[in-house]
Design a binder for this molecule. Structure first.
Ligand SMILES: *[C@@H]1O[C@H](CO)[C@@H](O)[C@H](O)[C@H]1NC(C)=O
Ligand SMILES: *[C@@H]1O[C@H](CO)[C@@H](O)[C@H](O)[C@H]1NC(C)=O
Length: 400
């Protein structure tokens, strides 16, 4: 599977109040892809022989802890850092176990090996199309120190080798293939950062980004018209997102469109599921006005108010990478049965829906677990809802 060769963002913890670390890290993360003609064919391992075959099995996620602990500079006499790391890794383990009951793939045969980025190790390629080693690496980049992700080195043992090619003839191997990682479909690199307030509970959210719910990965989603288990006819999806006539970004793939319509009680399929726009960029989160309480909105509102909802699971089905266990979905109450106009900036203030409120008085949070006060936040874009009355320290306050 192509997916398995992607290098994942290592930071899996999410900053307390609002923003998700994913967005910040994605800007500086590049994806590692299957190699093109740089390596002798026989050095390519079986995991590259797409499509992978076999009956889908629970996704085997291998966590690789890149042992550098990042602290925000505080002296740590009590060993708080070490305890923080083990708590964080326990949270990762819990999230990966939960995912195994939800996502399945045909297992990777043999060890999983990541490919190197030729643009990093190779300075020049042979340019004459009439020579046998055309487009292969003719000059290595002297500064190449291996692959890394956000400053953390990826072990050579997990990577394919690379070679230098003469204009004619066989290559000179610089670094052979590593042994790879056995019994693994998905390698997750984890780096633990100590920030003023981290939410281990958000670990699952970050893991879902890494598994495909990400603006950077949307363009790699697959369309498999013959069904998930018949991989031969899969191709890259032509359209995953688009902007509608009012400028709203939508995820437009079939399963999410059906799932949203069902959720809102609308017949047929919706035109797509709105995505949050953050600082003018396409984001990797559902629009919070519409899907408040989903695990994949940008605001983290506490684990007890967050659901792994059916629309998010539909997105994983649309990725074409997984067989999805839809019975693992948790019910999303927000907006249920509220019709096609629900959650729009133009309708949320009109009193047409009990999920939204006007003014600033007290009331009940929609899950009826918390008292609330009618308020807004940047993600709600002027819409107001009863937000829980808890001494939650906002991110701005906590970072003073
Ligand atoms: C699918 O999800 C349900 C509900 O979480 C769970 O009981 C079941 O074991 C899952 N099936 C598989 C194959 O993991
Ligand atoms: C793949 O697509 C081709 C052309 O549409 C079709 O003939 C073939 O039966 C499909 N293969 C499978 C396994 O569905």
């Amino acid at each position: 599977m192509l997916l398995l060769l992607l290098l994942l963002p290592p930071l899996v913890l999410r900053v307390a109040a609002s923003r998700c670390l994913h967005d910040e890290t994605q800007k500086s993360v590049s994806l590692l892809r299957p190699p093109f003609s740089q390596l002798p064919p026989k050095s390519r391992s079986s995991s590259l022989t797409l499509p992978s075959s076999g009956d889908p099995q629970p996704l085997r996620i291998q966590t690789c802890y890149l042992g550098d602990y990042i602290s925000d500079g505080a002296w740590d006499p009590e060993g708080e850092g070490t305890r923080g790391v083990s708590r964080a890794l326990a949270a990762v383990r819990e999230a990966t176990q939960r995912i195994q009951a939800v996502l399945a793939v045909p297992p990777v045969q043999g060890p999983l090996l990541l490919s190197r980025d030729p643009a990093r190790y190779c300075h020049a390629v042979w340019g004459d199309p009439n020579t046998p080693n055309y487009h292969r690496c003719s000059l290595l980049n002297p500064g190449y120190k291996g692959e890394s992700c956000l400053g953390a080195k990826i072990p050579d043992a997990h990577l394919r080798g690379y070679a230098l090619w003469p204009e004619q003839g066989p290559p000179q191997l610089v670094q052979p293939d590593g042994p790879g990682v056995q019994n693994t479909d998905f390698l997750l690199y984890v780096r633990v950062a100590h920030t003023s307030k981290c939410h281990q509970e958000a670990t699952l959210h970050e893991l879902l980004h890494a598994l495909g719910f990400s603006e950077q990965l949307f363009k790699k989603w697959q369309d498999c018209p013959s069904g998930f288990s018949v991989r031969e006819n899969c191709s890259t999806r032509q359209q995953v997102t688009r902007q509608d006539e009012w400028g709203q970004l939508l995820l437009t793939t079939p399963a999410v469109s059906l799932s949203l319509a069902k959720h809102l009680g609308v017949p047929g399929a919706s035109p797509g599921v709105p995505l949050e726009e953050e600082e003018g960029l396409l984001s990797s989160h559902w629009e919070a006005r519409l899907l408040q309480g989903s695990l994949m909105t940008a605001t983290f509102d506490g684990a007890q108010r967050t659901r792994l909802d059916p629309i998010t699971l539909a997105a994983f089905e649309d990725s074409g990478w997984y067989q999805v266990n839809h019975s693992a979905a948790e019910e999303l109450l927000w907006g249920q049965g509220s019709g096609p106009e629900f959650g729009l900036v133009t309708t949320c203030g009109t009193g047409s829906s009990d999920f939204f409120c006007t003014g600033s008085g007290p009331g009940c949070h929609y899950l009826h677990l918390d008292k609330g006060s009618c308020s807004s936040d940047p993600m709600l874009e002027g819409c107001r809802m009863y937000k829980p009355l808890i001494n939650r320290v906002s991110r701005q306050e906590s970072r003073q």
